[in-house]
Design a binder for this molecule. Structure first.
Ligand code: GLV
Length: 332
């Protein structure tokens, strides 16, 4: 008998063919334990509910580390409902023969759309316009009121030209933009020019960040990064909050080092309403919802179910993060 714990209700409903129905059909409904609450399980609840489990379908809010792997040696697969997996200690999973899967590709378009939504909202000052209406500051039409930044024909800098960065870059062709990029990538699937980070910062009117969070990228957008950007430039981040030195970003917005920012990710998450970031000048915020369309989240859930089932069977799937784990597993 194979048992799994799913750490939140899955999108896509529970009807025939839905992600959760597929899991229940494959394993037997009694073997699929779904955490019923809106908020994630506490660490204690997570450990309790995974006792005797063969697999876990988890989220970015669940920590998969050595402590967990040692406490739950029956677990053979961890399927993450996200493309980023910085909450998972992958080398530790590999060493324990635990397969890790994620949900790449299916969320690239939705997340790139969100980067553009933030870019456009920040450039065209949508929150300021709404505030003006709400506060009764909308006088007669005036040719010098609420001026904002042109987008068409300008330069977009992509930091991290992977799948989501490429999707964001491709959208720029509709705005006749020049695209520059920097970061690791095989051969990006969009028309753009590779430049150094310095050149990207010096030339871009908009910078959109699409890097994974790791030791190399943590805190990389710091005071020196913002100082090297153009004064009228706009910074957008839909990757992970800790890539940004947040106090440095707030200072850069306050003193006019950069013009504006749009963030879907921040530190901490959830961000308390009284955090200084909320009151920062010229900022647009959204609550880590880059992939949150019903269609995309349903595709992610299907992919996570595929990954969980394959991982527990010791099979390779395209979105297996650590193929080496299967060798380690065969030695268990
Ligand atoms: C969400 O943040 C993801 O990594 O998919």
């Amino acid at each position: 008998m194979t048992r799994v714990f799913v750490t939140r209700e899955l999108p896509g409903g529970a009807g025939d063919g839905s992600p959760i129905a597929r899991l229940r059909e494959a394993l037997g409904a009694e073997n699929v334990d779904v955490w019923p609450e809106f908020d994630p399980p506490s660490r204690e609840a997570f450990l309790e509910r995974t006792e005797g489990c063969d697999g876990v379908l988890c989220m970015i809010t669940d920590r998969i580390d050595t402590e967990f792997l040692e406490a739950r040696p029956s677990v053979r697969a961890v399927a993450q409902l996200a493309v980023g997996y910085d909450n998972i200690d992958v080398p530790a999973c590999t060493a324990h023969g635990v397969a890790v899967t994620n949900t790449p590709d299916v969320l690239s378009d939705a997340t790139a759309d969100m980067a553009w939504a933030l870019l456009m909202a920040a450039a065209r000052r949508l929150p300021a316009g709404r505030d003006a209406i709400e506060q009764g500051q909308w006088g007669q039409w005036n040719p010098t009121w609420m001026l904002s930044s042109e987008i068409t024909g300008r330069t977009l800098g992509i930091l991290g030209p992977g799948r989501i960065g490429a999707a964001a870059a491709r959208r720029a062709s509709g705005f006749d933009m020049t695209v520059l990029y920097t970061g690791h990538s095989e051969k990006p699937d969009f028309p753009g020019t590779f430049v150094s980070l310095d050149e990207l910062l010096e030339r871009s009117d908009f910078i959109s960040v699409h890097v994974p969070l790791n030791d190399e990228t943590r805190g990389m957008c710091d005071a020196s990064f913002f100082r090297r950007m153009r004064r009228h430039a706009i910074f957008v981040n839909t990757s992970r909050g800790p890539v940004v030195d947040q106090p440095a970003l707030i200072a850069a917005l306050e003193d006019g080092t950069i013009a504006a920012a749009g963030l879907d990710v921040m530190t901490p998450e959830p961000l308390p309403p009284d955090d200084p970031l909320v009151r920062a000048k010229n900022i647009v915020l959204s609550p880590h919802v880059g992939s949150a369309t019903l269609e995309t989240r349903t595709k992610m859930a299907h992919l996570a179910v595929d990954g969980l089932l394959a991982g527990m069977r010791g099979e390779t799937v395209r979105h297996l993060v650590n193929p080496e784990a299967l060798n380690a597993a065969s030695r268990r």
